[in-house]
Design a protein around this ligand. Structure first.
Ligand code: FAD
Length: 493
């Protein structure tokens, strides 16, 4: 069998483009030429600064040194997301990256906790989670022995630059220029080349569309419609604003609910990324800018920037010889910081499925089916945060609480409400533990739990819980302060 894919052309040099270049340059060195085209006049979206733990796997497979990467991107550590005011105006919770309690083959820990509550044993579900307690205490540390689960907050522009030098060192050829035409073979429908405003024509065998919301390539090769999900996720705008640090960087992202949206706060080493995600049906841009500016602390170091987006996806992210990654493939608001992860997981899937010869259609179908399932699970998880809310006093949140939701999500909520159970779905990034943390955090109280836990006496249950809590508290007490650790471990020179 001979390899027909000799030349990969990546259109776009944002986070998605350079992640793709890094992956292909590392794994197909000497087999394929990798070319990336980007336009400085257009620039990148410039946001996307909170990540989730699988980014560490991505870095491991690229042999990226953590300290070097963190210094280069002014990164800090992230143990989860604090949701302020989501359940109701005055309640908050943390969705952490940790596992809560202990695992038993027959039933998950929330069943023990529900039983404990029923018996009047005083405790919070989060008391039994290492990462959650570390986040609350603003502590963090990594060591050979530590098994803390974490991700990063990073500077998006610096991350793209970092991956660019990584990729160029591995032979990626970068072309600066504006793509102004996509040449398609009229018989096969495959892309043959990209034409630049300079007159240069860049031919290739496989084209990766990383042109952001413009989706320049994928929309030319497929009739596949954009599936609009705005009836489920109403936000269609964000304002981004950077400020100076006004205190030590905490190891979690903050997501604060507002009357017509929510605000993020992402602390880096050198500044804070802030943003306000909202729906234009409920709030004007000027009001949103004002609301964000009056909510942030620290001095502003950038002008507020309004970014428009459409929530949904292209049903065929891979069509003919074109694969859309990043914002070009679709977008779900950044509430759980999933977009960069989706680029990575799609790249892994793409490499596993990459054909060497012949028709690409069956692998493309498989890729699309897997990618679509992954995004639908994330979509449902995000809707969950909105739909189960106690902020019924204003129209935005009331409309979310009253709206019809996907059947897949309906089932998961009913299952948890009725039985206290949650299960992992195949290939899902947010495992049952995340669902439990958010369902409890948003205020669902299950009616029942697994009867197997009733076999344990109250005093045995108390002993079990006290043991877990002590172990968590002891581990947290041993951790250094997050900010001190960052200064020692990876402070930018
Ligand atoms: P872009 O950054 O827009 O890059 C597009 C590239 O295409 C640029 O290089 C541009 O020059 C090039 N291009 C476009 N047209 C042409 C042309 N004609 N010729 C040549 N080049 C062209 N993700 C997370 O994981 N965590 C977050 O916290 C997070 N927050 C977000 C907040 C907001 C408000 C938004 C909108 C997104 C957020 N994301 C987040 C998503 C994240 O920003 C993107 O997934 C990520 O940056 C990848 O973007 P991209 O590379 O697809 O697009």
């Amino acid at each position: 069998m001979k390899n027909n894919i000799k030349r990969i052309v990546i259109a776009g040099g944002g986070t998605a483009g350079w992640m793709t270049a890094a992956m292909f340059s590392e794994y197909f060195k000497g087999i394929m030429d990798v070319i990336l085209i980007e336009s400085d006049t257009i620039g990148t979206v410039g946001v996307g600064e909170a990540t989730i733990p699988p980014i560490r796997v991505f870095h491991r497979i690229l042999n990226i040194d953590e300290q070097e990467f963190m210094r280069a991107t002014q990164a800090t550590f992230k143990l989860g997301i604090g949701f302020d005011g989501w359940r109701s105006e005055n309640q908050d919770y943390i969705h952490s990256f940790g596992k809560t309690g202990k695992e038993y083959w027959a039933c998950d820990f929330q069943n023990f906790w529900l039983r404990a509550k029923e018996l009047g044993i005083e405790c919070e579900y989060g008391d039994f989670c290492y990462e959650l307690q570390a986040a609350k205490a603003e502590k963090f540390g990594v060591s050979e022995k530590s098994s803390i689960n974490y991700a990063y907050h990073l500077d998006a522009s610096r991350y793209a630059k970092y991956l660019r030098s990584y990729s160029e060192a591995r032979g990626v050829k970068r072309i600066e220029g504006l793509i102004d035409n996509v040449a398609i073979n009229t018989d096969s429908g495959f892309i043959e080349s990209l034409q630049l405003d300079s007159g240069e024509c860049v031919a290739g065998d496989l084209f990766i569309d990383c042109t952001g919301f413009r989706a320049l390539l994928i929309d030319k090769v497929t009739e596949s419609r954009f599936e609009d999900w705005s009836h489920w996720l109403k936000a269609d705008r964000a304002v981004a604003l950077q400020t100076t640090l006004s205190g030590p960087a905490v190891p979690y992202t903050k997501s604060v609910a507002h009357d017509a949206g929510w605000r993020w706060r992402i602390p880096l080493q050198h500044r804070v990324g802030n943003g306000f995600v909202y729906s234009s049906q409920y709030l004007g841009d000027d009001q949103a800018v004002e609301e964000l500016a009056s909510s942030v602390s620290g001095d502003t170091v950038s002008d507020p920037r309004v970014i428009k987006f459409k929530t949904g996806r292209r049903a065929e992210g891979w069509s003919k010889n074109c694969i859309a990654l990043g914002l070009a493939s679709g977008f779900v608001e950044p509430l759980e910081s999933t977009s960069i992860h989706l680029v990575m997981s799609s790249l892994v899937r793409l490499i596993k499925l990459l054909p060497s010869t012949g028709s690409l259609s069956s692998v493309a179908r498989e890729y699309n089916a897997q990618t679509n399932r992954e995004l639908e699970n994330i979509r449902d998880f995000i809707i969950l945060h909105y739909h189960i809310n106690g902020r019924k006093g204003n129209p935005y949140w009331r409309d979310y609480a009253n709206m019809d939701i996907p059947d897949t999500l309906k089932h998961r909520i009913e299952l948890f409400k009725e039985s206290g159970r949650a299960f992992n779905r195949d290939g899902e990034v947010f495992i049952a533990e995340s669902w439990v943390q958010v369902m409890l955090g948003q205020g669902i109280t299950p009616h029942f739990y697994n009867p197997i836990v009733s076999a344990m006496s109250k005093s045995d249950l108390e002993k079990l819980l006290a043991g877990i809590r002590q172990a968590v508290d002891k581990s947290v007490a041993r951790l250094p302060n997050h900010n001190d650790f960052v200064q020692k471990y990876c402070a930018a020179e």
